[in-house]
Design a protein around this ligand. Sequence first.
Ligand code: BEZ
Length: 247
Amino acid sequence: MEWNAELYRDAHSFVWNHGQSLLSVLDPQSGEDILDVGCGTGELTREIADHGATVTGVDKSAAMIAAAKDRFPGVVFRVEDATALPFEGEFDAVFSNAALHWVREPEAAARSIARALRPGGRFVAECGGFGNVAALERAFSVALRENAGSSFRSPWYFPKLGEYASLLERVGFEVSAASLFDRPTLLAGHNGLRDWYRMFLSDWFDVLDVDTIERVIRTAEKLCEDRYRDGSWTADYRRLRVVARRR
Ligand code: BEZ
């Protein structure tokens, strides 16, 4: 997917605002080497650096990395694919917030992350878990079929807890904590839902004409109207959070 880094940074600050609690689980220490996988526009990467850690932020999107470098010139950012990280036993910790559900080869990513860690190094991650944004996906799927005659195929990987913990164990991690929990997420403002669709399902909008896009979005909004209250939308986010160590 081609990312619009500006729209992401300006309208989706909830992504890294919600990442604060994961940062406290990471508990970065001064002098540690930390890798942030799927760093986006770099806000949490910079916070890790503020703790005195030496941090590298990586993202597959060149647009995101360009925006991160521009905003935080003192932090190291690189374009890298999570499934083929070029690191061998270099990091004390790998952190990842709201990124791994985009990776369609989760085992390759987990192996690559394990390889990047020193033995005993920790992996602290959160991504969409099983059932994440199911209502938003369902509404979009119906709206797409009705207005464009197209079938929706989810671009995301939202694993069950046991499935992901087993995957991590298979590639050499010991999992010390895993939880799957609802985290209803406010999409602020009247345009919150349409901005979310435009941001995260942008591939669809590249292939449809303007009128069809508008009809798809309006139908999806109608189907989600029970999620609209007091001028904002609430998305049905479910998070999968894991803490693991490389054996
Ligand atoms: C998430 O953070 O759960 C998410 C973000 C964008 C699209 C799908 C899921």
